[in-house]
Design a protein around this ligand. Structure first.
Ligand code: ADP
Ligand code: MG
Length: 654
């Protein structure tokens, strides 16, 4: 026995009322039979056929295929059976409009778990229905009768045991109906089991056996005189029809999904573009912002380097309460003896230089300019990268002799000398004549401070001739290696405490290193990037919601397609993957275009605005991966929704 129904019931719930479509149907069908199911409209014919074709399940009663109870099969096993043993022909044809005829015919093979492209087989099936010449046309270029013949070819591609046809001629004229019936009869003669629903007597006349239904029960079951039921010929390995053996990647299923996604994206270009816009903007801004952030960081590091690395700055006064009154003697006053003592800590200290700071009013001709005045020792030049490239640095003798020589920054040069060469000129600094011997290398801005608005003179000259001080403002120290900074700090502290007779907790001086400044700067840039990053993240989430929305629309639009795919053997996971591939495809392509645009924008900022930018591979990879994740996250719900649709309900959807 091929098929057996025992007391099958099926009812539908519409709001409050219940429609009993099948009310106790028992029936057996043998292999090779040609059965017509007749009856008035609404008598339950389609309901019965959907149960026989595993598109629907009974509420009550048993259904056995080759002796196996369908109730014990999982959803996936039922899908496997639909793919392997059943072929469907529907009144509405249910061809996929965007695919060519030949692709429609071979569609069931995507879900078969077999390798190959099955084009040849599809053409052979089309030949059987006389349409092999039209294989590259799309369904809407064909007449109704031709479309139904394509549907029959599709039903045949998996060489099924049973052909289920629900009103196959219902939408066709007499001539086309006859052609379809001839094909079905031919299949029957070749040994296929054909089960057909119709309400027309002359169509039913092709069958060997006619079942008549009324109000959900079979009221008659007649065989053509002289035709005996054929008993099952040959064994059928039932189990092999339920499972797929090869993986997603082997059987071309994934390729099929990709092609599908591509087609669907192409078919809705404007819509896809608009829904991908959010992702595009989000990714582009992530890339541009990260490039800006990285660029700013790199620029800052470059600047820190020009300030001199491994530097310590020793100053009088507490590090904690700067400027607060400490009383007389609370501030340590450093002299040149401190400098030489510190410089003699050879293991940790490479160089040391005393500095004094003050204000300088500098006059040349009729121009004058106020600048910071810094008195420095000989080593300061190399330590802080201040040795002029135009002109020269001080000599040791000049420093010893308190010579009146000065090195000026480019800002000062611009203000006082306009375009003329300042080297060798005499200027007045705080009313004392100085000779300009060099221009300090340009350093740009550090925060709001113009590092080029400086006047550098020998420390001795500054103390004794200009500022009238007999002590230093501070000492700059270059540590031998960055790893020794902490060690150097404690050695220097100890030395100063000893020399100045200070207690261990005395804070009349402080030592700072550049890492503090560096940390402060990088924490500022971090806050900035975090802020910019979260703005970009919000736009990505909004973009993701856009994708979800469009995917939900797509699922609704394609409900009947999903029904058809399920009918020909797609499993839940297949449908889900198909929609996920589509949403991820959209977000990734949006993401990739966004990456390109982001790089473009940052290059433009660099070119036109002169901002420091630095695109990193990490940001590109991150942004692309993140857009794929968004595709998965926001595509999951629509995809699950599509996958959960029941085949019958999806097929009926209008
Ligand atoms: P036939 O194919 O013989 O015209 P059907 O099997 O399609 O009849 O329907 C039998 C009865 O069940 C009809 O009254 C129909 O309105 C009802 N019916 C069928 N499918 C559904 C459904 N999905 N929801 C509600 N009612 C349904
Ligand atoms: Mg019907």
């Amino acid at each position: 026995m091929l098929l057996e129904l025992v007391d099958v019931h099926r009812s539908y719930q519409i709001g409050e009322s219940t429609v009993n479509a099948l009310r106790g149907v028992s029936l057996t069908i043998e292999r090779g039979e040609f059965v017509a199911i007749m009856g008035a409209s609404g008598s339950g014919k389609s309901s019965l056929m959907q149960i026989l074709g595993l598109l629907d399940t009974p509420d009550k009663g048993e259904y056995l295929i080759l002796g196996n109870n369908v109730n014990t099969l999982s959803e996936d096993e039922q899908a496997g059976l639909r793919n392997n043993v059943a072929g469907f022909v529907f009144q509405q044809f249910h061809l996929l409009k965007r695919m060519t005829i030949v692709d429609n015919v071979r569609l069931p093979h995507i879900y078969s778990g077999l390798k190959g492209d099955f084009r040849k087989e599809a053409i052979a099936c089309l030949k059987m229905v006389g349409l092999d010449q039209r294989m590259d046309h799309t369904p809407n270029q064909l007449s109704g009768g031709e479309q139904q013949r394509v549907a029959i070819a599709r039903a045949l591609i998996r060489d099924p045991l049973i052909i289920f046809a629900d009103e196959p001629t219902g939408n066709l004229d007499t001539k086309n109906s006859l052609e379809i019936m001839k094909i079905l009869q031919g299949l029957h003669e070749k040994g296929k089991t054909v089960i057909m629903v119709t309400h027309e007597h002359d169509i039913a006349a092709y069958a060997d056996r006619i079942l008549t239904m009324r109000d959900g029960v079979i009221i008659s079951d007649e065989r053509k005189p002289g035709v005996e039921p054929v008993s099952a010929a040959g064994e059928i390995a039932f189990e092999t029809h339920m499972s797929r053996k090869v993986s997603l990647w082997q059987d071309g299923r994934f390729r099929g999904f990709l092609a599908q996604a591509f087609q669907s994206i192409l078919a809705n270009k404007m819509r896809t573009f608009l829904s991908v816009l959010g992702i595009f903007v989000g990714v582009a801004s992530v890339i541009a912002m990260m490039a800006l952030g990285e660029g700013a960081k790199a620029a800052m590091q470059e600047q820190l380097k020009s300030m001199g690395s491994n530097m310590l700055s020793i100053r009088g006064g507490s590090a904690k309460i700067r400027g607060a009154s400490q009383g007389a003697g609370a501030v340590a006053r450093f002299t040149f003896i401190d400098v030489t003592d510190i410089a003699s800590l050879r293991t940790v200290v490479k160089n040391a230089s005393g500095v004094v700071n003050g204000a300088g009013r500098i006059v040349y001709g009729n121009k004058n300019w106020s600048s910071t005045l810094t008195g420095v020792g000989f080593d300061y030049g190399t330590m802080r990268s201040s040795v002029p490239t135009v002109g020269r640095w001080f000599t040791n003798e000049e420093i010893q002799a308190r010579e009146k020589v000065a090195i000026i920054g480019v800002t000062v040069v611009k203000e006082l000398f306009a375009n003329s060469n300042p080297i060798g000129k005499t200027v007045k600094i705080n009313r004392i004549n100085f000779k300009v011997i060099g221009i300090a290398p340009a350093k740009g801005f550090s925060g709001p401070q113009d590092e080029d608005d400086v006047v550098i003179i020998p420390v001795t000259t500054a103390m004794y001739r200009v500022l009238g001080k007999d002590y230093l403002s501070g000492i700059f120290v270059e540590v031998t290696s960055p790893t020794l900074i902490e060690q150097a700090k404690s050695a220097i502290s100890e030395l100063i405490r000893k020399r100045h007779h200070l207690k261990a907790d005395d804070d009349s001086f402080n030592i700072r290193d550049m890492t503090e400044i560096q940390q402060m700067l990088s924490s500022t840039t971090q806050t900035m990037s975090l802020l910019l990053g979260s703005i970009a993240a919000i736009s990505l989430v909004v973009g993701g919601i856009g994708i979800m929305n469009i995917m939900l629309v797509s699922v609704t639009e394609r409900t009947r397609e999903i029904g058809l795919r399920k009918a020909i053997g797609a499993r839940r996971s297949d449908i889900m993957l198909q929609f996920l591939v589509e949403s991820v495809g959209m977000t990734i392509s949006g993401g990739l275009i966004g990456v390109i645009a982001g790089i473009g924008v940052s290059l433009m900022l660099a070119y036109f605005a002169g901002w420091a930018v630095k695109t990193s591979l990490v940001s590109v990879v991150l942004a692309t991966a993140f857009s794929a994740l968004i595709g998965i996250f926001f595509g999951l719900w629509p995809a699950r929704k599509a996958a959960a649709l029941k085949p019958v309900e999806a097929l009926r959807y209008e």
